[in-house]
Ligand binder design. Structure first.
Ligand SMILES: C[S@@+](CC[C@H](N)C(=O)[O-])C[C@H]1O[C@@H](n2cnc3c(N)ncnc32)[C@H](O)[C@@H]1O
Length: 270
């Protein structure tokens, strides 16, 4: 770090920023003092660092992120790992993947990229009901030269091409799963993210379960026999997601903990 940048870091720390974050901002904007001061002001007001910087690493990718999309979480990186293992185990040459609620594109695009590295040419159907999110996901696909993607504006499966029925090898989803009342108690920094990406209505007496319920109930129609649904959920949802997957007709159902030891990832095979 140059002397000038070190001085900028010291000034930002004095202005109230955490030292590590001050270093990140200086690395990002250090050559433009106006941009640096504006970024520091946004961060001091409480905006998430990821939005202020405008991009963030997720698995193998550096993704553009802004207030149109959820900031991709480490738990979803674990989901990618689980999904990748399922796909590679099946040794498919050209798998069809569907990413429901694709947001920035994080999960689906990371899978495409990591499969490409392994010489597997997958295709991706990225679905979101937010046109804003789809626009950013498209930008991220172009940024990483991931071309085999169809972007679909749809509420879950409602407007997905019916031709895909029983043809999808893997459905991945990180749907909204936080209840309305829970949301009010969460860290206020989450209020910068789209509420529609986080909050889901309750269903069957289960908090924040409505979107998961739809996805699990309808996924079997779209998966080919042997295809897999890998779906993130709240740590309170294990019983509900396993029961929903069994009643939807999935034959092989398991639910995995995340690295913090919390119930997190449903893996259900048709
Ligand atoms: C928790 S975010 C996940 C974003 C991204 N997959 C990730 O893991 O970072 C949920 C996403 O689902 C989308 N979504 C919410 N309701 C939806 C619906 N009914 N149909 C399709 N997408 C929906 C939101 O717009 C948001 O992008």
């Amino acid at each position: 770090m140059t002397d000038a940048n070190a001085k900028s870091v010291t000034e930002l720390v004095k202005s109230g920023l955490d030292r590590r974050e001050a270093r990140w901002l200086v690395e990002e904007f250090g050559s433009n003092d106006g941009a640096l001061q504006e970024a520091a002001r946004r961060r001091r007001r409480g905006e998430p660092l990821q939005y202020v910087i405008g991009h963030w690493p997720f698995r193998s990718l550096d993704l553009d992120v802004d207030e149109r999309v959820l900031i991709p979480r480490p738990e979803s990186e674990e989901l990618v790992s689980v999904a990748l293992t399922e796909l590679l185990r099946a040794e498919m040459s050209e798998p069809v993947i569907m990413d429901l609620g694709s947001g920035s594109g994080a999960i689906g695009l990371a899978l495409l990229d990591e499969l490409r590295t392994r010489g597997v040419a997958a295709t991706l159907v990225a679905v979101d009901e937010s046109l804003d999110a789809l626009a950013l996901a498209k930008r991220n696909a172009l940024k990483h030269d991931l071309r085999a993607v169809t972007f679909v504006h749809s509420s879950w499966f409602d407007d997905v091409d019916p031709w895909l029925r029983a043809r999808v090898d893997l459905i991945v989803a990180n749907p909204p799963y936080v209840g309305d009342e829970e949301f009010a108690e969460l860290d206020p920094v989450l209020r910068y993210e789209p509420r529609s990406a986080i909050v889901s209505p309750d269903s069957r007496g289960v908090t924040g379960f409505a979107d998961l319920e739809i996805i699990i109930a309808q996924a079997t129609t779209w998966l080919r026999p042997g295809g897999v649904l890998v779906c993130e959920h709240a740590n309170t949802h294990r019983d509900a997601v396993v029961a929903a997957a069994r009643s939807a007709g999935f034959t092989d159902v398991k639910d995995l903990d995340d690295l913090a030891g919390h119930p997190r990832i449903l893996v259900a095979r048709r």
